[in-house]
Write a protein that binds this ligand. Structure first.
Ligand SMILES: [Zn+2]
Length: 452
């Protein structure tokens, strides 16, 4: 199987992409009103601190997680039990922020894929909240934006997406213990690895509702996507290979970010994304990191303008400044827009075929560049791409942020771009379904691999 194509130096993303009515519908179905209701409910538990009360039905982290589980179960009832809903817990102790034995309990809901259930994409938010002292489990800690907004967005995405069926599975996760040291994410990432999940995307939503920056900027038309560069699991041998071939800006997390960026352009009105070439904010953390630690593609999606007076603060007024993460600091329409971005990205990937595996590239001292990848039938004991149509090769100038050129090459496992010199571009390949759903672009080699 070999395709030879002539290089056409025309930007072709918009030209060659199949617009998906399904994704426009999903984006429209996301409700700011329901997101507001859920944030208000989460805030009403007073505090959701990891070390807070667990017995009360009205206050503390126990009541909050039970409510989230009930909410996922309600959503599941409306789709004839399409969600598998469970608590995922582990007892943690002896940590600086969790000195005494504490049950860390996340709430997980899984919508199984129809044809490739072991392939997963995931959206997450965090249950827990905090004030100025990270060990203060008693004070009121509304955590409206950080991170009831992320949990409310995840619940809403589940509501909207559970009305449809997808080829791959979608995980909706309300993760626990974020502020105390990313524990819920660690537990779920290790679970995914132990259970051989083919986890292709983690969309960690942490603070998706603030539009008033501490620097005075007010902006509801952009969002940030944080994505790490070289992957944490890279071996010295892989790093040495990358030194001579490239891949510093093409980890699967980066190409996941580029995928989401295009989804914003295509399906979310009045929203542009800023892809940030960093794991996370400067010296700060989030729940995608434990997944990146194990080699899974993962990004952080969040507001562009943060307000530090409204994060991790005791509720108070000082020198005329109101501190605290209260409901007044959340813009529900904006949170809905970012939720819609998650939903269309999850749906797009879950309906696309498996991202190409074992992508290789060659062409040094030749006029042309050749890419190859693994035939999809070999990927698993059961055919996981029943609706695969073929593959699309992408390339871009090495300093361009987004893929610039593409060529559909058919259902082949090798493609040569005639007279496109390997030295001058970065290359990748995506899989395309019969309906035109595309996977993220996979950069060749270990640096860019999305796995099997
Ligand atoms: Zn926080």
């Amino acid at each position: 199987m070999l395709a030879t194509v002539n290089a056409q130096q025309t930007p072709s993303n918009a030209l060659s992409y199949t617009d998906q009515a399904l994704l426009h519908g999903i984006a429209k179905d996301v409700s700011a009103k329901r997101i507001e209701q859920d944030i208000r409910t989460l805030v009403s538990f007073g505090t959701r601190h990891t070390l807070s009360e667990t017995e009360s039905e009205t206050r503390g982290i126990g009541a909050a997680r039970r409510w989230i589980k009930e909410e996922f179960e309600k959503i599941s009832m409306e789709c004839n039990g399409c969600l598998e809903v469970f608590f995922q817990s582990q007892v943690i102790s002896g940590e600086s922020r969790i000195p005494n034995a504490t049950e860390i309990v996340s709430v997980i809901a899984i919508q199984k894929g129809t044809s490739d259930p072991n392939r997963y994409v995931m959206m997450s938010g965090d249950i827990d909240s905090r004030v100025s002292d990270v060990m203060d489990s008693e004070s009121d800690s509304p955590g409206a934006n950080d991170n009831a907004s992320g949990v409310a967005g995840t619940l809403e995405a589940a509501r909207v997406l559970s009305k449809h069926q997808f080829e791959g599975s979608i995980v909706y996760a309300a993760l626990a213990g974020e502020e105390q040291g990313l524990f819920g994410g660690k537990i779920l990432a290790e679970y995914a690895k132990a259970n051989n999940w083919r986890l292709k995307a983690v969309l960690n939503n942490d603070m998706i509702g603030n539009i008033e920056g501490v620097n005075g900027v007010i902006n509801n038309t952009t969002a940030r996507i944080f994505a790490e560069g070289t992957r944490n699991t890279e071996t010295p041998e892989e790093a040495n290979y990358r030194r001579f071939t490239g891949g510093e800006v093409d980890s699967p997390s980066r190409n996941l970010a580029r995928y989401i960026d295009l989804m914003a352009d295509r399906y979310i009105e009045n929203l542009d994304t800023m892809v940030v070439y960093r794991l996370d904010r400067f010296r700060r953390g989030g729940h995608h990191r434990p997944f990146n630690d194990l080699g899974f593609p993962g990004v952080r999606i969040m507001e562009t303008n943060e307000n530090y007076n409204r994060q991790h603060q005791d509720l108070r007024t000082e020198n005329g400044i109101v501190y605290g993460d209260t409901i007044e600091g959340v813009n529900f329409e904006y949170a809905a827009k970012l939720t819609a971005l998650n939903a269309v990205s999850l749906a797009g990937m879950a309906n696309a075929p498996n991202p190409p595996a074992d992508v290789n590239i060659s062409g040094a001292v030749q006029a042309s560049t050749t890419l190859s990848w693994k035939p999809h039938d070999d990927l698993s004991p059961t055919p996981n791409n029943p609706h695969l149509k073929g593959y699309k090769v992408y390339w871009r100038l090495t300093d361009a942020p987004q893929w610039q050129y593409s060529k559909y090459v058919g259902n082949v496992t090798t493609a040569t771009l005639e007279n496109v010199v390997i030295d001058n571009y970065f290359f990748g390949v995506a899989s395309v379904s019969e309906d035109g759903f595309e996977s993220p672009v996979v950069f060749p080699g270990a640096a860019g691999a999305f796995g099997e």
